[in-house]
Design a protein around this ligand. Structure first.
Ligand SMILES: Cc1ncc(COP(=O)(O)O)c(C=O)c1O
Length: 396
């Protein structure tokens, strides 16, 4: 036999374009910017702030005092208890720490949830546009993705009818994955709408997986957790966004009791445990609301600024942006056959010519993303103002 071993098709997932834009923006920055202009990063979805002070202090203490070995694969009990207390304080929901597993970011939570909930080949429905890794993780685990196009008619949300239609078209749907606030749209589901979705999933014996990673970043609309409407919902959350701890790689998952043994076994074998230092430090994150709410106030100001300035550059249609730190904008009017043929070209030119990095819509919607871009407004307000000025004169 002289044939070479083949690379598995599981690794052939689509690139995460936002990460590739981030790489190109970093390269341009190292080369001195775009035509001498400093690069302004509006492509990547992460807070520009570090972890809150209380978390950094707790981490310093843990470095001194703890051995920081492997932890329980479900996560350290003190952190699971603190997460349970947060559900009581913030949502008025009583959750036993026994139903909480600490994960390596919500990304680790998705892998555990998908493996524990679905047989290989099962169909899982997601809204399109959506966070691109949903599609790519599901596919790499051998699951079939049913992308359901959503738009302004349903405020960019899934509905029980849309899921039922998709099932008629594609066959049995074993689970539904929803994010509120969503990425890239920022759109939120109110409690009634969320309860309608969880009830329809319960009635059909489908898993309902609720990505609540952008909770606590919202601009007036009340947030609802799927835990309040369904004891069977799988809730996934993270320390990355509101808690401003992306690089600490820590999140959590809440599941019905009967899932805990399978989740624990998968976690033991796949990850052993989440990072001990991050866990020790994250306990303090729930006491850092003053500092973290101040970050959200900056996002709110950035959102106002962009919503006032971008229409002056010709951007006329945005998804509602109820929460998270994104604006999902239509760019059809800027597309031409002789340049800016699609969102990728539009974003590449914008980055190279005026040094502003956005994410092309293809990341979130493989079809209609041709004519959309995502602005991430998690940076400094001065950067938003500068980016808006550059874009206005570029498009003007
Ligand atoms: C909707 C959504 N879910 C999950 C994630 C993954 O976050 P992490 O693994 O850092 O918790 C992201 C990251 O951007 C996201 O936007």
């Amino acid at each position: 036999m002289n044939s070479r071993p083949q690379v598995s098709s599981r690794g052939a997932s689509a690139p995460f374009i936002a990460m590739e834009v981030m790489r190109e923006a970093a390269m341009l920055s190292m080369q001195g910017g775009a035509h001498g202009k400093r690069i302004i990063q509006l492509a990547v979805g992460q807070p520009s702030t570090g972890a809150p002070r209380l978390v950094r202090e707790a981490a310093a203490r843990a470095l001194e005092k703890s051995r920081l070995g492997y932890t329980d694969s479900l996560g350290i009990l003190k952190l699971r208890e603190r997460i349970a207390k947060h559900y009581d304080e913030h949502y008025g929901q009583s959750v036993s720490p026994d139903r909480i597993i600490v994960t390596s970011g919500s990304s680790g939570g998705f892998v555990l949830a998908f493996l524990a909930c679905f047989e290989a080949g099962a169909r899982v429905a997601i809204a399109e546009p959506c966070y691109p890794a949903y599609r790519n993780i599901l596919k790499s685990l051998g699951l079939e993705v049913v992308g359901i196009p959503v738009g302004p008619e349903t405020r960019w949300n899934l509905t029980p009818d849309l899921i039922a239609d998709a099932e008629r078209k594609h066959g049995r749907i074993a689970g539904v994955l929803v994010a509120s606030p969503g990425n890239p749209t920022g759109t939120m589901l109110d409690a009634t709408h969320l309860a309608a979705l969880t009830a329809s999933c319960e009635a059909e014996g489908r898993w309902f997986i609720s990505d609540e990673i952008y909770h606590r970043i919202s601009y007036g609309m009340a947030e609802a957790t799927a835990l309040a409407s369904s004891p069977d919902a799988i809730v996934i959350n993270s320390f990355s966004k509101y808690y401003s701890m992306t690089g600490w790689r820590l999140g959590w998952l809440i599941a019905p009791q009967r899932m805990m043994v399978p989740l624990d076994r998968l976690a033991q074998n796949l990850f052993i445990s989440p990072a001990a230092l991050s866990q020790e430090a994250a306990i303090a994150a729930f006491d850092a609301s003053e500092e973290l709410d101040a970050n959200v106030a900056v996002y709110a100001a950035n959102r106002e600024l962009l919503l006032a300035e971008l229409p002056k550059a010709g951007f006329d249609t945005f998804a509602p942006a109820d929460g998270a730190f994104y604006l999902y904008a239509d760019i059809s009017r800027f597309l031409r056959a002789d340049g800016n043929a699609d969102s990728t070209e539009f974003c590449k030119r914008m980055l190279r010519e005026i040094g502003v990095a956005l994410t092309p819509g293809y990341d979130f919607d493989t079809e209609r993303g041709r004519q959309t871009v995502r602005f991430s407004f998690s940076g400094a307000t001065a950067d938003m103002a500068e980016a808006a000025e550059r874009i206005k004169s570029w498009l003007g």
